[in-house]
Design a binder for this molecule. Structure first.
Ligand code: FAD
Length: 422
């Protein structure tokens, strides 16, 4: 089977830059267009989640191209949850009793830069920054982009891959190509999120336990904090957009500081500039995207958030996106570069699994904000940890999803929920 000569990849975020490495390793010429400027030159202008939890599914994909160690070297291990009660009391629960089962906090910007630099080192790769895709025609193999000077460029390719995130232009082209047979639906959360930073102390040290994911679970809202490599923490407050205890209620300095004093008393002294941050940092919106297919003949595919944006409550969106890239890489090898078969394989494998992680993430939001502070949840976690010590083949639902990439998300969902019910 002759390999297509040219791949056009739209979006050099986390999935796009890793996928470029995979495709280049298979010998393809990959042209990449990315709407943002190159963050390695102008600094990162992200707009959402400063850091991310990387776990075994993502690490496995990175390992397949030898990038896992470079990434892990710049991440902070988080070995358990540190729960903060309203009175500032701390309860620590390890994620697992097994030594290698923990999650890793990594800067989104740094991870993207490591992957971009790795992609650029490969033969046959060219990355064009500040080129935003506006339109694509899969049958003609054409993609159109515009740059800040407003020039439109027309690109030609044999295969078009969309890794351009939740507002994907390539998904729009998929809708146009497939007609009525293509459906997509985004379920928006009534909660939004805001990021806030805790700076290190005068000596540059972390101000809370560094090897943990911190959680302030308050039932209808919650805050989490992940450590960064530079001694800071990024806190993310998830709250209803409207109604009681919502963003809408917190409109001035007095209201914000009083709210923190009442509900997050131990954080307030660690954020002397709370209100400046509050004003500067926008409220992000959260949604779950499900669409009916990720592929079009042998011509085009969607990967990552472009195919299946999920809410961040299992810390799996990027991990699942990296699994997409690995799946397509393996499918191309298995089907000897027959793109029609490889894309069918990719779609059949990833579609049900992406739906499963989307549902798991929605369910976990309820568990995190409602149950983590609940004594029954704490006892359940302790029971799970005891079972892990006693039985080498017992895995909690969290462990199945997070630490066991050999178990597909669909199976982790089925087994995990059956165990929870029991
Ligand atoms: P993106 O990262 O969105 O990348 C898309 C890229 O395409 C961007 O570079 C963008 O500039 C570019 N682009 C967009 N449109 C165009 C266009 N028209 N033309 C050219 N380029 C374009 N996941 C985890 O695994 N663990 C976590 O802990 C975690 N925490 C999260 C916390 C929050 C608050 C949020 C919102 C998400 C979190 N996620 C997490 C999910 C994770 O961020 C996404 O799943 C991941 O970024 C998906 O990668 P992607 O490459 O598909 O999309």
């Amino acid at each position: 089977m002759q390999q297509p000569k040219k791949i056009m990849l739209v979006g050099a975020g986390l999935a796009g830059s890793l996928l470029t490495v995979f495709l280049a390793r298979l010998g393809y010429n990959v042209q990449v267009v990315e709407s943002r400027a190159d963050s390695r030159r102008v600094g990162y202008k992200g707009g959402r989640s400063i850091n991310l939890a990387l776990s075994h599914r993502g690490i496995r994909a990175l390992r397949a191209v030898g990038l896992d160690q470079a990434v892990l070297a710049e991440s902070v291990p988080m070995r358990g949850r540190m729960m903060h009660s309203p009175t500032g009391q701390l309860t620590y629960l390890p994620y697992s009793q097994r030594a290698d089962e923990y999650i890793n906090s990594i800067s989104r910007a740094r991870l993207n830069e490591i992957l971009l630099s790795a992609a650029e080192k490969e033969q046959g790769v060219s990355i064009h920054f500040q080129e935003a895709c506006t339109k694509a025609d899969f049958t003609a193999g054409k993609v159109w982009t515009t740059c800040p000077e407003n020039d439109t460029i027309e690109w030609q390719a044999d295969v078009i891959l969309g890794t351009d995130g939740a507002n994907s232009a390539i998904r729009k082209a998929m809708r146009e190509a497939c007609g009525d047979s293509f459906t997509e639906h985004t379920e928006w959360e009534s909660h939004g999120y805001k990021e806030l930073a805790i700076l290190p102390d005068e000596g540059g040290n972390f101000r809370m336990e560094k090897n943990a994911l911190h959680i302030w679970a308050r039932q209808t809202y919650m805050m989490i904090a992940l450590p960064n490599f530079d001694g800071t923490f990024t806190c993310t407050l998830f709250m209803p957009l409207e109604g009681e205890n919502s963003f809408a209620e917190l409109q001035n300095q007095q209201a914000v500081e009083a709210f923190f004093a009442e509900h997050f008393a131990d954080v307030l002294p660690l954020m002397p500039d709370l209100y400046e941050q509050w004003q500067q940092n926008p409220i992000g919106h959260l949604g779950t995207l499900r669409c009916s297919t990720y592929v079009y003949d042998e011509r085009a595919a969607l990967l990552g958030d472009a195919a299946h944006a999920v809410v961040p409550f299992y810390g799996q969106g990027m991990n699942a996106s990296f699994e997409d890239c690995l799946c397509l890489y393996e499918a191309l090898q298995r089907h000897q570069h027959d793109w029609r078969k490889a894309l069918q394989h990719y779609n059949q494998e990833r579609h049900p699994n992406s739906h499963a992680i989307a549902t798991l993430a929605q369910e976990n939001f309820i568990e995190m904000r409602d149950h983590v502070a609940n004594p029954i949840f704490v006892r359940k976690r302790r029971l799970e940890l005891a079972l892990e010590q006693l039985y080498p083949d017992y895995f909690s639902k969290y462990a199945l999803v997070t630490f066991h990439p050999e178990v597909p998300y669909t199976e982790a969902h089925r087994r995990g929920n059956a165990q929870d019910a029991l």
